[in-house]
Design a protein. Structure first.
Length: 223
């Protein structure tokens, strides 16, 4: 029987990427939107790690099911790491992908150092609190105009020298093979049997533990 894991996101693009990457594994991925409206998590963390955990644990606790969440974004080194954890709302709350990208391009005018990275932290939490964490990163450069129609977010201006294309010019399979989210999920794939065993062990515990993010060790299979 497949293990049900809730995707703690309503972003259809992320849901599609998750399901494509994990399509051959014995897990049933269900979007949080399938469970009706639930209170949204508060994403006020200072790092991708903080926010990924907050989303995964909040969803797992509310629904009583293991949940997986990612927090990811674009880090531009010449801009001191912007937009970083604010990537999805760089141009303001409820801003669109185009608005965020346009703000980035304006800030990058006349900037010579175009180096950037997409970073992703993936958190898998159970309702009692403990979580496993995986990370991925993809390096590239920011070009000065949009190219390509695929992908989402900053993909049209994130140029990957390995392919000589932006993320938005790559096929989904090409992007998933090298992307920050794809790399994080590849680590998850490699330890899939251990992850499922860990989830089952945690779910069988009768007494929930008091959640404390600082106490959780990444990829600790000892308990």
């Amino acid at each position: 029987m497949n293990r049900v894991i809730v995707l703690a996101t309503s972003n259809i693009n992320k849901i599609r990427e998750f399901k494509e990457i994990l399509k051959d594994f014995p897990v049933e991925l269900r979007s949080v939107s399938e469970f009706g409206p639930i209170p949204p998590p508060v994403e006020d963390g200072e790092t991708f790690d903080d926010n990924a955990y907050k989303k995964a644990y909040h969803t797992a606790r509310v629904l009583g099911l293991p949940a997986i969440a990612d927090d990811s974004g674009l880090v531009v080194y010449a801009l001191n790491g912007e937009p970083g954890v604010y990537s999805a709302r760089y141009a303001g709350e409820n801003s669109t992908d185009d608005e965020n990208t346009e703000k980035l391009l304006k800030k990058m005018q006349n900037v010579k150092d175009r180096q950037a990275s997409f970073k992703c932290v993936l958190s898998i939490s159970v309702p009692s609190g403990p979580a496993l964490t995986y990370e991925g990163q993809c390096n590239g450069v920011i070009i000065d105009e949009k190219r390509g129609k695929e992908g989402f977010g900053y993909d049209p201006v994130f140029f990957v020298e390995e392919f000589g294309k932006t993320f938005a010019e790559l096929t989904s399979s090409q992007k998933n093979a090298i992307s920050h989210r794809g790399k994080a999920l590849s680590e998850f794939q490699a330890e899939f049997s251990k992850v499922i065993k860990w989830i089952d062990q945690r779910l069988s515990e009768e007494k929930p533990e008091k959640p404390d993010h600082n106490q959780f060790l990444h990829n600790d299979w000892s308990s």
